[in-house]
Ligand binder design. Structure first.
Ligand SMILES: *Cc1c(COP(=O)(O)O)cnc(C)c1O
Length: 391
């Protein structure tokens, strides 16, 4: 058995990351300023889009995007239930109604036909998710949305660096939100970045990020503007401090290397787990040209594995191997069960099947090939090779 605990995720912090943050701490300006501008510029340069707004979290960015669309009571937002709860919480807190649609059983991606079927005259936004770092079918989804005049906010929390079949990187067109949380592919400690090709929308998100002021603290302090900037509309406070932004930028420079390493590890998992009964990795989405491999997910089908998801996770933990669940379906969470009047839903058979079975295995760039082999060997030892219910 492993001597040291293998977590399911661990950020890769280099000495350059440490030096960059230290420099900010010593500089006399630690909140949002030049370093945040540089992070935003790096996203703009890579993606070639119009606006990038860094925020204190992707959840905050989603809140701002919904506010900038004037989402409120009576509005419906079409989104999968198989997503992180942050999106659904923001929708509900604005008084709007999430309308849950099912996902593909093997890729966990929303299907364009399911989106179209859920659209009503109250639909005000569509939020697809690039699950696990693969690409959702955005070109088709955007065509449907455009036909109905509905904006799309791509939840790309898992998909910094993901490339679509059409050759375009996620975030290059439309509106997308990335997360820089420590378990994501690159991190700023906490943080998010909204990118958009809609200038007016991006500028409104930027303003709402900082009290609704026409300019932010940095501009007021450093560029000789009036310290009493005008509130153009009431806003929030979701700015990303330079301490965090500089870390995010330093990590962003290493993004491609991180993804390459994640891909090698993921493909090794697939190879090592092939043929284990009841351990079913996600399938490939045809829309993906380059997978960012944020997560390596398997579904534990107890009928053939002879053990259920909770049993497998506990057995791996006792062997010093960490796992995670991304995610439990939103509509099954306590508050949503208790408030059926606050959401609507299509039938969700694939969502429910996966919600009970998905499990994320350890995957981070600093993992060794042997770590993957050990996890796979542990799973093979836990799952009886013949499958079936253990005696
Ligand atoms: C992590 C995550 C978010 C939220 O990101 P934060 O930066 O933690 O707010 C949103 N959606 C999905 C799918 C995520 O995985």
């Amino acid at each position: 058995m492993r001597q040291d605990f293998l977590p399911f995720a661990r950020p890769s912090i280099s000495e350059e990351d440490v030096a960059a943050v230290t420099e900010v701490l010593r500089s006399g300006w630690i909140t949002t300023g030049a370093r945040c501008n540089e992070l935003e510029a790096a996203f703009l340069e890579r993606l070639g889009t119009e606006r990038a707004v860094a925020t204190s979290s992707a959840t905050g960015a989603m809140h701002l995007a919904l506010l900038a669309l004037d989402i409120g009571p009576g509005d419906e937002i079409v989104t999968p239930s198989m997503t992180w709860i942050s999106t659904i919480n923001m929708i509900v807190r604005l008084g709007a109604t999430p309308v849950f649609i099912d996902v593909d059983r093997d890729t966990l991606m929303v299907r364009p036909a399911a989106i179209e079927a859920a659209i009503t005259e109250r639909t005000r936004a569509i939020i697809p998710v690039d699950y696990a770092g693969a690409a959702a079918e955005l070109p088709t989804i955007r065509a449907i949305a455009a036909k109905h005049g509905i904006p799309v906010i791509e939840d790309a929390a898992h998909a910094v660096g993901t490339r679509r079949r059409c050759g375009e990187e996620v975030g290059a067109t439309g509106t997308a939100i990335f997360s820089l949380h420590p378990i994501k592919n690159i991190t700023s400690g906490e943080g998010g970045v909204l990118v958009t090709d809609d200038v007016e929308f991006g500028d409104r998100v930027r303003r709402l990020r900082f009290h609704g002021l026409g300019v932010d603290a940095w501009e007021r302090g450093q560029q000789g503007r009036s310290p009493q900037a005008e509130v153009l509309e009431p806003g929030f406070k979701y700015n990303l401090p330079d301490m965090n932004a500089v870390l995010g930028h330093s990590q962003f420079k290493r993004l491609d290397g991180f993804i390459d390493r994640r891909r090698d590890l993921a493909l090794r998992y697939r190879e090592r787990l092939e043929g284990v009964p009841g351990i079913l990795p996600l399938g490939d989405s045809a829309e993906t040209d380059r997978h960012a491999w944020h997560l390596f997910i398997v579904r534990v089908d107890s009928e053939s594995a002879g053990i259920d998801r909770e049993g497998l996770m506990a057995a791996l933990k006792s062997r010093n191997i960490g796992t995670g669940i991304h995610f439990r379906a939103a509509h099954g969470q306590r508050w949503f069960v208790d408030h059926p009047d606050r959401w609507r839903s299509a039938d969700l058979p694939n969502t429910e099947w996966n919600s009970d079975r998905i499990c994320s295995l350890p995957l981070f760039p600093a993992m060794r090939d042997e770590d993957v082999d050990e996890v796979a060997e542990a799973i093979r030892a836990i799952v009886p090779s013949t499958g079936g219910v253990p005696a």
